[in-house]
Design a protein around this ligand. Structure first.
Ligand code: FO1
Length: 301
């Protein structure tokens, strides 16, 4: 079965790790709305979290960056009074240096992503949602419009969100729409719909391509709470309803063929699989991925 996943954030990368174990030649379409230039370097957090997770190099505790990391460069940036609010690790810097250099020489984000992932032995196809910048903007109450990382990291996601906005609508990355058309099932990971999945869905042609497909989403909300990140407060702020798996299903609307939720959570109006969705180990990631793919395959019939 040809599997394609839409992913962003830490939760999305964890399910992706399980899907990758079962389908090593799968395609992952990854959010680039979190990307920004920091100290002159092109930083692509969601692409890097996927690359590090699938290659086994990710720091599972921190949820981003590399394990066995040191922060000597960051300490020296701090000593100079430079911007230390975004922690770039010494080994992580290698990714940003090589990617920034390659893109400055004209290599596309897709090409450099494929090259770096290949160098780490990743056999899945990791596709940025677009090769052009598409920064996510956060309109806040009281602090105006902030860039995504400024809101999430520098301000710890505290300013109340009025709207999530995008100033550009670049073309999808080359081959992205064809990859969706060629997939048997599309899995949306347990990611934040507003800032990790919507940036992908709003690109030209993506929703249309998905209409023909079996699309199954895994709820990022369990028992009214988010496992990680600011989603549980964003839902009431943006949708005016309490955080729930059902609010996630409503957000995606007719796009979904089915939804996977945690035992005890419920969703109305579409086929639901209630199961263990909290992934505390790699085995649990693979086990959940197995259940998600079986549930998606049933929708194919
Ligand atoms: N998140 C933080 O909360 N604090 C950081 O200092 C931080 C640094 C960082 C460096 C590289 C990278 O790829 C990700 C980093 N993140 C950090 C996580 C990042 O903000 C989020 O993973 C995504 O943007 C949201 O999924």
């Amino acid at each position: 079965m040809k599997v394609l996943a839409l992913s962003g954030g830490v939760g999305g990368a964890r399910l992706l790790d399980g899907l990758y174990e079962l389908s090593p030649s799968m395609t992952a379409v990854v959010n680039t709305g979190d990307d920004f230039v920091h100290c002159g370097l092109s930083v692509c957090p969601d692409l890097d979290t996927v690359m590090y997770t699938l290659s086994g190099l990710a720091d599972e505790t921190r949820g981003w960056g590399l394990k066995d990391e040191t922060f000597g460069a960051l300490e020296q940036i701090r000593a100079f009074g430079g911007p230390d609010w975004f922690a770039l690790g010494d080994r992580d810097l290698a990714t940003h240096l090589l990617r920034t250099d390659a893109m400055r020489r004209g290599e596309s984000l897709s090409a450099v992503t494929s090259r770096l992932c290949g160098a780490l032995g990743i056999t899945a196809r990791i596709v940025p949602m677009s090769d052009e910048p598409c920064p996510t903007l956060v309109d806040t109450v009281g602090e105006g419009t902030l860039s995504f990382q400024h809101w999430l990291v520098r301000r710890r996601g505290e300013p109340e969100v009025q709207a999530i906005r995008f100033e550009h609508r670049p073309p999808p990355a080359p081959g992205l729409l064809r990859a969706i058309e060629g997939a048997d099932v599309v899995i949306i990971g347990p990611s934040n719909p507003y800032v990790s999945i919507d940036p992908i869905l709003r690109l030209e042609g993506v929703r249309q391509a998905l209409q023909e497909k079996v699309v199954v989403a895994v709820s990022p909300i369990v028992g009214g709470r988010a496992i990680k990140g600011p989603l549980a407060t964003m839902i009431p702020q943006l949708a005016g309803v309490p955080a729930s798996a059902d609010a996630i299903a409503r957000h995606y609307g007719s796009l979904l063929s089915g939804m996977v939720v945690e035992h005890g959570d419920s969703v109305t109006g579409l086929p639901v699989l209630a199961t263990e969705t909290i992934m505390k180990s790699r085995n649990e990631r693979v086990a959940l991925a197995q259940r998600v793919l079986a549930f998606a395959a049933e929708r194919l019939r």
